[in-house]
Design a binder for this molecule. Structure first.
Ligand code: MLC
Ligand code: AMP
Length: 506
């Protein structure tokens, strides 16, 4: 039976004893062991009623069985749907209603609440705790370690990843086997990743960066992965001398630079540092090169497109640019109003086409039509400029989005909650520079005449509904919001006015 992703990423390792994952507690999972665990998990999913095409909803800690679960969903022909472990029940219930998963895997501490959200027939809930125990592991331990792979072709869905919408509800980006595999092949080839590499993996595994960019490339070539439950500067510094490769968001690099133990000697075995998911400041790039001798390789992508551009492995890695379109990927810069290509050197909308580009938004044909042209080009919402030789720099975003520590935060979602508070007339949520997270969230709030609601009271109502990383660091009561002549709130004016307040105490 042919299964595009399984055949490329997992099946070839069936008899390999090469190390795959090295976990925090010292446990080591070989590639062959991974293949067997994937098969056991696939049995568990099928026994839970998962049929080909069904969604497997995963809000689970970063442990090796979570990676086995990803492989199992692929082998069973299902659609893997991971979500941020920081999401609250209120955020989760929308995803679950929208995606209608057949199986849900969650931390044992959330099982009862998850069952309450589901409240309908036909969903099986399995548990997986931070120590690796739970009903998923128990069932897998008892299952056979071979499984008859379900056939899946290049255009079948492999994953559904939710990205918040600039307007309205979150959108599930449908990613096919071909989308994921083509990108893994391009990146492994371009960045020269081989089975001789050892990757420091400190990213979360519910987003494109940690799950697909980092793990699919390693699986493709059989590289070793030092699998950390979360980013921990001390631990990363300890692993650098034994590793060759790291992928991170800019916050990883600024945090490492803050530590005097980061030296050229410590990085002597390292081959490549990759950054993405948020802009890497040119200063960070330059300072990192001065301290370690390594020029961080910056690349650009998003949930809907996987990776689209990369600085070269050989050749100039230019600070403040995201390099060239990947092989097989087309990038054009267009006039945001007309969609016509602009001249080299002019700022415009970044549009992307290629096997990397997703299949559309789950259950949202209108949204898909708005952002994915008939020609196959996806309108990213990022503003960029392209040099004569094709090098791309991102200069801003047309979409109203804050990126904090590599996590996307959509102001609209927070504004709607603030506006629902009694006594609030309107609000504007915006990002300001933050030394650690790149950007942090502030909220400007206008009260109704005569209302006396306090920032604390607003926070008390809004924050239980939102993941911690989305919480505004300050609620600023204002008399009016700055608006342009069209009546649109000028967030750039708010950003300039409150620049410097991002790291202030709440
Ligand atoms: C944690 N907190 C954050 C935060 N992460 N707040 C804002 N932004 C964030 N990103 C909160 C914590 O809940 C905590 O709350 C407080 O901030 C301090 O926590 P910390 O211990 O300092 O943070 P830490 O746990 O170390 O996490 C920071 C981080 C993490 C940067 C290591 O956020 C991270 O791993 N980010 C990577 C995100 C990522 O993978 N993005 C890829 C998306 S894919 P309290 O209660 O203590 O105040 C994509 C496509 C592409 O974008 O191109 O790759
Ligand atoms: P997400 O929707 O979580 O996948 O986030 C994707 C967004 O992150 C992109 O649309 C960009 O705005 C941003 N992004 C990713 N990589 C970079 C980068 N190297 N530089 C600047 N922004 C980036």
């Amino acid at each position: 039976m042919s299964n595009t992703l399984y055949d490329a990423l997992i099946a070839p390792h069936a008899t390999s004893e090469q190390v795959f994952l090295e976990c925090d507690d010292g446990t080591v999972l070989s590639y062959g062991g991974y293949v067997r665990r994937v098969a056991q998990m696939a049995h568990v999913l099928v026994n839970a009623g998962v049929a080909p095409g069904d969604r497997v909803f995963v809000q689970a800690p970063k442990v090796s069985d979570t990676i086995a679960l990803y492989g199992a969903a692929i082998q069973a022909g299902a659609v893997y749907l991971p979500v941020n472990t920081a999401y609250t029940l209120s955020e989760l219930s929308y995803f679950i209603q929208d995606a209608q998963p057949r199986a849900i895997i969650c931390d044992p501490k959330d099982e009862a609440a998850m069952a309450q959200i589901c409240g309908r027939q036909g969903v099986t809930i399995l548990t997986l705790g931070p120590d690796g125990t739970g009903s998923l592991a128990t069932a897998a331990d008892a299952a056979e370690d071979t499984f008859k792979t379900v056939a899946r072709g290049p255009d079948d869905l492999a994953a559904l990843l939710y990205t918040s919408g600039t307007t309205g509800r979150s959108k599930g980006a449908m990613l096919s086997h071909k989308n994921l595999l083509s990108n893994a092949i391009s990146l492994a080839d371009l960045w020269e990743i081989t089975d001789q590499d050892r990757l420091i993996h400190a990213l979360p595994i519910f987003h494109t960066h940690g799950l697909f960019v980092a793990l699919n490339t390693c699986l493709l070539v059989g590289a070793r992965v030092r699998f950390m439950a979360a980013f921990n500067g001390d631990e990363v510094l300890k692993e650098l001398p034994k590793s060759t490769l790291m992928m991170g968001v800019p916050t990883f690099y600024t945090r490492l630079l803050d530590d005097p133990r980061l030296t050229r000697d410590l990085c002597a075995e390292m081959r490549l540092f990759v950054s993405g998911s948020a802009p890497l400041l040119a200063d960070t790039h330059t300072e990192f090169a001065r301290r370690t001798g390594h020029r961080i390789l910056e690349r650009y992508g998003m949930t809907e497109t996987n990776m689209s551009t990369s600085n070269p492995y050989e050749g100039d890695r230019v600070a403040g640019t995201v390099g060239y379109a990947l092989p097989g990927v087309e990038v054009v810069i267009t006039d945001p109003d007309t969609g016509a290509p602009v001249a080299a050197g002019d700022i415009g909308m970044i549009e992307v086409r290629g096997d990397n580009v997703f299949q559309g938004y789950w259950n949202m044909p209108e949204k898909t039509a708005e952002e994915l042209r008939d020609t196959g080009f996806f309108i990213t919402g990022d503003l960029g400029v392209q040099s004569d030789d094709g090098r791309i720099s991102i200069v801003g975003r047309q979409k109203d989005l804050i990126i904090s520590g590599g996590y996307n935060i959509y102001p609209k979602e927070i504004e709607e909650l603030i506006n629902n508070v009694d006594g609030v007339l309107e609000s504007a949520v915006f990002g300001v520079p933050h030394p650690d997270f790149g950007e942090s969230v502030l909220a400007a709030v206008i009260l109704e005449q005569g209302a006396s609601v306090t920032p604390d009271a607003i926070a008390a109502q809004v924050e239980p509904l939102l993941a911690r990383f989305k919480h505004p660091r300050r609620y600023i009561l204002c008399d009016a919001l700055p608006r342009n002549t069209m009546g649109k709130v000028q967030k750039n004016v708010l950003r300039d006015t409150y620049n410097g307040s991002g790291a202030a105490p709440e």
